[in-house]
Write a protein that binds this ligand. Structure first.
Ligand code: 5GP
Length: 114
């Protein structure tokens, strides 16, 4: 898999506003936020897309979601609610091909999405 901008952020080659890190996951604020809280949770071991994930990635995918949920709780936004999004490939709107979970919070989200 080719490297991406998120690989460079993980290796600290380019700056990001990092809000959470553990052995497997890095989380940083989105450069172009779509809500008052917009944080990206990325696995340090890159997977290009959700479509490329395999059963071997199940634990890592679970860790990403749990990290996002714990961070939302820590911010105090979990009670009001939030949205987590994984965009996949062109029709999903994916632009960075290093799988990531968007955490969006701090405003009422619309459904269905555009
Ligand atoms: P996608 O469209 O792939 O689901 O989401 C990619 C996200 O990465 C977008 O929301 C975009 O604003 C964000 N993004 C792209 N480049 C950078 C960057 O260099 N730094 C940060 N913090 N976010 C980025």
């Amino acid at each position: 898999m080719g490297d991406t901008i998120f690989g460079k952020i993980i290796r600290r080659e380019i700056p990001a506003d990092i809000v959470y890190e553990d052995d497997d996951v890095l989380a940083f604020r989105d450069l172009n936020p779509q809500a008052p809280v917009h944080v990206l949770f990325v696995p340090k071991r890159a997977i290009a897309t959700l479509d490329a994930a395999t059963p071997a990635d199940a634990e890592l995918l679970g860790k990403l979601l749990l990290a996002a949920a714990a961070y939302a709780r820590s911010l105090g936004v979990a009670g009001q609610g939030y949205r987590t999004v994984i965009n996949c490939n062109e029709h999903g709107g994916q632009t960075v091909f290093h799988l990531h979970v968007h955490l969006l919070a701090g405003r009422h989200m619309q459904w269905p999405p555009g």
